[in-house]
Design a protein around this ligand. Sequence first.
Ligand SMILES: Cc1cc2nc3c(=O)[nH]c(=O)nc-3n(C[C@H](O)[C@H](O)[C@H](O)COP(=O)(O)OP(=O)(O)OC[C@H]3O[C@@H](n4cnc5c(N)ncnc54)[C@H](O)[C@@H]3O)c2cc1C
Length: 327
Amino acid sequence: MFVEDVTLENDNEARHFDGFASVAGLKAEGQTSLLSQLKGYDNLRLLTGHAVQHLLGSDTDTRQIAGVMLDNGQCFTADTILLAAGAMHSPRLLQDYLNVSGLSDTLPVAKLVGRYFKRHILTAMLTFSLGPKTDALRKTTAWFHDRFPHSSVQPLGFSEDVLTTLIPRIVPRFIARWLGKRAYGFFLQTEEGSHPDNRVVAKNQTTMGLPKLDYDLKRLVNAKQEHVQMVRNFQSTLSKAGCISFTKSIPLAGTAHACGTLISGNDPQTSVVDAAGKVHGIDNVYVVDGSIMPRISRVNPALTIYAWSLRIADQLLQPTIIKKGGQ
Ligand SMILES: Cc1cc2nc3c(=O)[nH]c(=O)nc-3n(C[C@H](O)[C@H](O)[C@H](O)COP(=O)(O)OP(=O)(O)OC[C@H]3O[C@@H](n4cnc5c(N)ncnc54)[C@H](O)[C@@H]3O)c2cc1C
């Protein structure tokens, strides 16, 4: 997020803001909004460079998580565990624990962990018209259309030099730069509805010993259809306005919006975490990342994920719902 008047005085940064860090510190990104503010707190230790490898069960009750083990063998214990490794890794950690502890045979949620992986179906579009484009801030709107209720279009916040890099190398660079100056970039995205068979499978559930993402867009026929029609419609509207557009569909490997996999809901038969973020059937594990999203909506997910996480943190600070006196 930008403070606009300050940003526009920094033209170069303004035109590069989408996907790039701000060396002038103009963005309210993690470093500014969180990490720098946490410096100096004696009761907080941030450990980087080592991944959590396992959740550790308590000696007396498998439905209690005692802590975590890192990939270097170090262990940490806590009364309350917040799982926030993202929609690809959080389900793997939980699946592994459920398998090792034997809870996968008895806990109803076990069959749902990792399922309903979802992302946006994405198409990138470059649109050219004759006049050079001079906008500093481009990624300021999202457009909707009633005929495409799960879809949105947003400008890419890229300047002409970034857009130029998206033009195929076969085009001579001086032509690409000329075109880049006259281009707008767009992201066209459609919520894909999600399917239970699109899922993350932990490594000890596969024969090869590797974690796996089982995902097939063919399982989501309606969403795919809506996306294709929306792209065609937008392209034809732009052509009526004198613009010529080229599209590239973004494959699964290019997704930036991995969600689902530990979906929230009231019923342990159909969801993994409850409305308080707690895993159904496990006493002290709360999920605070994009895994919990039962729907992904037609726009980008980060603010919803932050809102969920802040809400869970607020709830955990209320003495009534803290299970074991954790902080
Ligand atoms: C280039 C890019 C641009 C984006 N732009 C936007 C945007 O403009 N608007 C928007 O809404 N969304 C945007 N997104 C999407 C947004 O960043 C994600 O939806 C969001 O960050 C997901 O949050 P999360 O907490 O679920 O997971 P993450 O942010 O992925 O957090 C998970 C964290 O857990 C760590 N981790 C994983 N496994 C382990 C482990 N075993 N042990 C310890 N740590 C672990 C990971 O390193 C990571 O830091 C963008 C994404 C990308 C990649």
